[in-house]
Ligand binder design. Structure first.
Ligand code: BGC
Length: 754
């Protein structure tokens, strides 16, 4: 007995003590001083396969506090949080709400892994900026980055860690409602904008003012057939590499934390289950280190595509292809543990995906300060602050494209005594926005909008007389038209806000008729008879066919959808306080039947000579080939000329650089900003090349009468193209380089690469 006591006291007890101490020690993953890598390695060892599947599960959240706390569905979701079965929520917003949910994850789940809160912040969180398509028309990259950083700052204070932006889909089809979310039709420009948006949103991810971004929709969602939402895509690998992939790649290179699968197929395989897109290109070739998230239910929707037999098969195909987090389809949480147990999915692959997600939770500091983003005080001080609104106003003015301005009707003469403002949208707060301002959360910042009416009143006071002109549903009546005509007949200038409702921009807003509604044309025709100068203010989330209204009005101002500060920005432009400088990044079609129409098309075997009509050419018999307004086009209240174009070496070696210089002159009487654009053409190559490709641009300030010499430097990379395997080639031969104020009006020079 004594011997036993001896053994216990001297030999066993010390070990028990050490073991006890060890279990009281902070686990490495909770140790702030340990490296992120060590913390992740420690945590992953402690996780069950169910908990790992939980990290790959993102659910639609909603509200959890107040009466919603008793909702059966919400209770079930909270139980999943306690069980470690939710890695992320989307659509839980606000400091209070996110804090409440985070608390459950931290305090009541076994390992206390924080939740990532995500939300679609497409062009601002509460201070709404111009839609991305409009913002891109500014060609003002620092401002674009700034806009994203303001959005991130507001969102970060409201408990959000992650947004599903930027959309990097190249599209030339205005029937597609989502063209509003991108940067237009050009891959080079789209790449520059995508990178700026990522930088603005993410910064260095080392503070509480930036959030994770998402490169979406990977890949080639902008090529949906006939512009119909959720439709299929059928493109070649050459088109994929040269036209569609560059912006996603640029965003990944800029450090984007996440990439979202698209809804479409590529080569017959849905993007979520597409090993070529996800594993071969994104993970292996581009060495993407962040994580992949599905689009809403895009894993389970592979069943509808006819690519997966059931939920289990969908989870298997998505995860095997390299996709990672499952947004809302729940096939991963329901099937992954079983798939691993059956040996169908390797646990190392699961670990790799989970580690990537954990990395960002550590990087954002959520293990150490889980509530650092949920800060009510900061939220109240940041949202819709004066400074944020000032940025939104600047951004909105910089996004407005002046398409026509006969007889210099604009800017509005300061002696104008009466301004007739006509149009239902001009007074409708909701139409200052699109679908993407979080209507589904019940908290959109609609009331804070400055309508066009408000903005003009702010600028011109009682000189503004308003009449509706047409109804909310874009129909009109004799009475509405008569009142508008009466108002117009005694006005100095007539402003007519036409277009389509902001509610018709965004997801699931495909239109077969992207054009000005007939009732508005009727209204314009009646107004034209007054003989007054008419300015069309076009509101739309896409380029509309404006051909019919062009002869009816003196000026066309493409106002897009400009968000919170719409009215003030429109008034800044109309008054000349801001001299418009934006240029369209999508071609405006001449007719619907011309869609898709884009500047970077191929030459065809029978190009229509621009200077003559003729038979047996690639042409329409009823309309011109050219769009109404080409890519890169936009007027100013002043005019610019381009002269003295020079190139440094008309015969260049492949390793050389080519410097292109040109003089740009402000030939008018007002200071302004010009967007000079440089295009190239590879005349003959092993794969046909576009008639023009943008490869550079400069936004320059020029005082009235001032000239500046600007230069662009082209390297071999700018003259290269991809083959269908993703290999870049620079082929010797003849090239052209062009510089000008839009894609049609350019000076050109020939050169040879040898
Ligand atoms: C859209 C995505 C969006 C997601 C989450 C999907 O329907 O395609 O762009 O991020 O919903 O709201």
């Amino acid at each position: 007995m004594k011997k036993n006591l001896f053994v216990f006291i001297f030999l066993i007890a010390p070990f028990l003590l050490i073991a006890q101490q060890k279990s009281n020690e902070t686990p490495t993953y909770k140790n702030k001083k340990a490296s992120i890598q060590d913390r992740i390695d420690d945590l992953i060892k402690r996780m069950t396969i169910e908990e790992k599947a939980g990290q790959l599960n993102q659910l639609n959240g909603g509200t959890f506090t107040g009466p919603a706390a008793n909702d059966t569905g919400q209770k079930a979701k909270m139980q999943m949080v306690r069980d470690g079965k939710v890695g992320s929520f989307l659509n839980v917003i606000g400091a209070t709400e996110t804090r409440a949910v985070q608390k459950i994850a931290i305090q009541e789940s076994r390992l206390g892994i924080p939740i990532l809160f995500a939300f679609d912040i497409i062009h601002g969180y509460k201070t709404i900026f111009p839609i991305p398509l409009a913002e891109a028309c500014s060609w003002d990259i620092p401002q674009i980055e700034k806009n994203s950083s303001v959005a991130a700052k507001e969102a970060a204070a409201a408990g959000l860690h992650w947004t599903f932006a930027p959309m990097c889909d190249i599209s030339n089809d205005p029937r597609w409602g989502r063209v509003m979310e991108g940067a237009g039709e050009d891959p080079f420009y789209g790449s520059v904008v995508a990178a700026a948006r990522v930088k603005g949103l993410q910064g260095n991810l080392n503070d509480d003012a930036h959030i994770l971004s998402t490169v979406k929709h990977y890949a080639a969602y902008g090529a949906v057939e006939a512009g119909r939402e959720y439709n299929e895509v059928d493109i070649s690998r050459v088109a994929l590499w040269n036209k569609y992939l560059p912006p996603y790649k640029a965003a990944v290179d800029a450090g984007a934390a996440t990439v979202m699968n698209s809804f479409n197929v590529f080569e017959g395989v849905p993007a979520s289950g597409n090993k070529y897109l996800v594993t071969d290109v994104l993970l292996n070739k581009w060495k993407f280190k962040g994580f992949v998230v599905s689009d809403w239910s895009s894993f389970s929707e592979m069943i509808n595509h006819g690519y997966a037999a059931n939920g289990k098969d969908a989870a298997y195909k998505a995860i095997s292809a390299g996709s990672m987090m499952d947004m809302e389809s729940k096939v991963v949480i329901e099937n992954l543990p079983q798939l691993v147990k059956e040996g169908k999915i390797n646990v190392q692959q699961v670990d790799d995906a989970v580690k990537r997600i954990l990395f960002y939770k550590f990087k954002l500091g959520l293990f150490d300060e889980p509530y650092k983003f949920s800060d009510e005080k900061r939220e109240a001080a940041t949202e819709l602050s004066k400074e944020n609104k000032a940025e939104a106003r600047k951004a909105a003015a910089g996004s407005i494209v002046l398409l026509k301005n006969d007889n210099q009707v604009l800017p509005i003469n300061s002696s104008a005594k009466k301004i007739a403002l006509i149009g239902h949208y001009a007074k409708s707060k909701e139409d200052m926005f699109d679908f993407w301002i979080g209507y589904w959360t019940g908290k959109p910042a609609v009331d804070d909008a400055v309508t066009i009416y408000d903005g003009l009143k702010n600028k011109y006071g009682n000189a503004v007389e308003y009449s509706e002109g047409y109804n909310a549903d874009a129909t009109t009546s004799d009475a509405l038209i008569n009142t508008a005509v009466q108002s117009a007949s005694t006005a100095d200038v007539v402003l007519v806000n036409i277009g389509i409702s902001g509610k018709m921009a965004g997801e699931d807003r495909a239109l077969a008729y992207p054009e000005i509604p007939e009732a508005q044309i009727q209204l314009l025709k009646a107004l034209q008879k007054t003989g007054k100068p008419i300015v069309a203010l076009v509101s739309s989330g896409r380029p509309l066919v404006l051909t019919k209204i062009q002869p009816l009005v003196s000026s066309i101002v493409q106002c897009w959808i400009l968000g919170t500060e719409t009215g003030n920005a429109v008034a800044d432009v109309l008054s000349g306080d801001y001299n418009p400088s934006a240029k369209t990044v999508m071609s405006f079609p001449y007719a619907i039947g011309q869609i898709p129409v884009y500047y970077n098309h191929f030459n065809t075997s029978r190009p229509l000579p621009t200077d003559k009509d003729g038979n047996w050419f690639s042409r329409y018999r009823d309309i011109p080939n050219a769009p109404l307004y080409p890519f890169g086009f936009g007027l100013s209240y002043t005019t610019y000329s381009y002269s003295n174009m020079q190139i440094s070496n008309p015969i260049m070696e492949r390793t050389d650089k080519l410097t292109v210089t040109v003089t740009v002159t402000n030939t008018g009487k007002i200071d302004g900003e010009e967007i000079a654009q440089l295009y190239i053409r590879d005349i003959t190559a092993s794969i046909i090349r576009p008639v023009k490709e943008l490869k550079g641009f400069r936004k320059i300030k020029l005082k009235a009468g001032e000239s500046k010499e600007i230069s662009f430097v082209l390297s071999g990379k700018d003259l290269s193209f991809y083959d269908g395997t993703g290999q870049m080639h620079l082929e010797p031969g003849a090239f052209k380089v062009f510089v000008g104020g839009d894609s049609e009006h350019v000076l050109g020079k020939d050169f040879v690469v040898q």
